[in-house]
Design a binder for this molecule. Sequence first.
Ligand code: ADP
Length: 336
Amino acid sequence: MHITLKNLVRTYENVHAVQDVSLSIPSNRIFGIIGLSGAGKSTLVRLISLLEKPDSGEVWYDDKRVDDLPEKEIILRRRHIGMIFQNFNLFSSRNAGENIAYPMEICRYPKDKIRNRVAELLELVGLADKANAPISTLSGGQKQRIAIARALACEPEVLFCDEATSALDPKTTQSILALIKDIQKKMNLTVVMITHQMEVVRDSCDYVAVLSEGSVVEQGIVKDIFAQPKTKVTKEFLSHLTTNARNVREDGVVIWSDVPARYTLRFLNDRVDTPVISDIIREFDVIFNISGAGIQKVGDTKLGTMVCDITGESSAVEAALKAIRERGVTVEEVKA
Ligand code: ADP
């Protein structure tokens, strides 16, 4: 199902929560909506998911306008909308399987169909053995898996994920995003991902719209936005990105080249801020090829690490290494 938003406006007293938002959310893709706290994301989701009516503007599901439907029809439509939230919103009085069964009971599915589907959904989210588990015994990641299974129970056409990974640690976040991507493909779902984290957009979305003060300031294919951000808001989001974990060693060094390098240089405190490398290049006839670098704080001390190759005439390289050491930089060499 594709969703079209036309000039949506929603104002609370004098707060313009959503101002003239028009968007086309393609079917069978993951569409991110990113914004800071207060940007209007939750309001926009309530409008798109038919929980709230806009003051003006229109919401279309495929070729049908849906925001102005009579209440009864809205309720029926809402049964085919899946939602998951930051705080999971599970019923603590029901066990995992019973939580998943809940929307199917509302939709009056026959009992045996519910039983089969609960088992199928538990399997889908990788928790086949947790049917009878009380919610309080589940980890955050497991709770979100149960919430995802519940959201999918009545075969929705669209899944809204409202800050679904914001309460989870980075590793669990990655596993939940992988699950959502997997389900999106398997079920041909349209997924709308609301987040304040650019990592979530990078690691899961095909498209993104950047929301600021109730308006869409930028939108497009994720890799295009990453390569050429146009607005200050988007650039700000990108500047806070943490690097993809696989490129970062445990000591914080970011490695951007696959070519193994021979030297590791360690810079302490004031050396971190001096142009040692430039000085050496100017003084000696050598070439630096830097393949990774990073900085850590150890107590009050700054420790810089650089992984590199130094090439040139062997006498020049030797002299350069000696000069680097004399400047208080530690040099470790991996013997070929
Ligand atoms: P986000 O989800 O991006 O944090 P929200 O949609 O929650 O943003 O809020 C956007 C703005 O609208 C905020 O200034 C918020 O205080 C206001 N707002 C949201 N919902 C209501 C409401 N029900 N009543 C009054 N003001 C609201």
